[in-house]
Design a protein around this ligand. Sequence first.
Ligand SMILES: Cc1cc2nc3c(=O)[nH]c(=O)nc-3n(C[C@H](O)[C@H](O)[C@H](O)COP(=O)(O)OP(=O)(O)OC[C@H]3O[C@@H](n4cnc5c(N)ncnc54)[C@H](O)[C@@H]3O)c2cc1C
Ligand code: SF4
Length: 327
Amino acid sequence: MLPKFSYVRPNTLENSISQLQAEGAALHAGGTDLLGCLREKIIHSEILVSISGLNELSGIRETAGGELRIGALTTITEIGESQLIKEKYPGLALAAAEVASPQLRNQGTIGGNLCQKPRCWYYRGEFDCLRKGGDKCFALNGENQFHAIFGHDFICAITHPSDTAPILVALDAEVLVTGPQGERTIVVADLHVLPADNVQAETVLDRGEIITHIRIPPPPRGLYTSYRKIRARQSWDFALAGAALALTMEGGRVSRAAVVLSGAAPIPWRSREAEQALTGKPLSGETIAAAAQAAVADAKPLRANDYKIAMFRGMLEEELHKARTAA
Ligand SMILES: Cc1cc2nc3c(=O)[nH]c(=O)nc-3n(C[C@H](O)[C@H](O)[C@H](O)COP(=O)(O)OP(=O)(O)OC[C@H]3O[C@@H](n4cnc5c(N)ncnc54)[C@H](O)[C@@H]3O)c2cc1C
Ligand code: SF4
């Protein structure tokens, strides 16, 4: 059952920030994750501060310099259906189309997608695990078939739930943030937190800080982007294994490679090993096999999720072959 809370809907950014500084206040955008978190007692809040009245935080626009600015309240549907995004960064449109169900995409926002809480069934269930302030991770020696194979450091093995974050990392996107101390910019690659740094935080945002926009640099000539997601069932589900690619091709070779995995680690997981195996090389069958192997070479699977190693390797090979055909 949902606990009791009061609901405010300020109509300025300043007022929203000030309301969010109250003890027990939580930011409400589309509410598709937040209300579940309140019900599951992951977030305890007596005051929901809705930012849905801040019209300046909606919409997608291209600046004169060719960068893209997406308001944090833009819905996942709008991103998936945007002609501009399909043309400039098709991988982002593909990722948005993979999120949840049509109803959730209509209601869910890109800001909320980046800041949502993880889906570990112990955490969402009645277990006082480490992430909830308890003293143990139940997944490490428990039911961990959907958990992380990278970056858990045997502390907390959540997988980062967002489908849009990996491709935004691959595209060198930034979030523009406004809070009690003013404005700041954070590259999406630095937005999320590893358990070894803080097991109870998902993002580096401070109390009262609001993501207002996402900024994506102009696409370089020869950019190829994609997003692929494997899930346990065909209806809505989170990624078992996923990959975002942003490859820049120049003269038949990969001049820059970004390979970011989802369903792999507590944060969108950048595979520097795969990127290194691709950079400066033509996309030959040999390069592709070496990159896919390099991506999983340092995996640290748990008892029940070593199947993910072959899954990531095979999926990356397929996705890189598609990139080769398109190049
Ligand atoms: C059944 C179900 C299936 C789902 N499947 C997927 C999936 O396949 N892939 C996927 O990526 N996601 C999935 N989601 C997760 C998520 O609900 C959506 O992705 C959605 O985009 C979240 O956006 P929202 O606006 O509803 O966020 P909210 O629920 O309003 O907020 C989520 C969190 O983000 C914070 N927040 C929201 N906006 C901002 C902002 N601008 N600045 C700072 N903090 C902010 C909130 O305080 C809250 O903690 C699923 C959710 C459900 C319930
Ligand atoms: S993986 Fe993380 S969220 Fe899940 S039980 Fe372990 S500490 Fe809790």
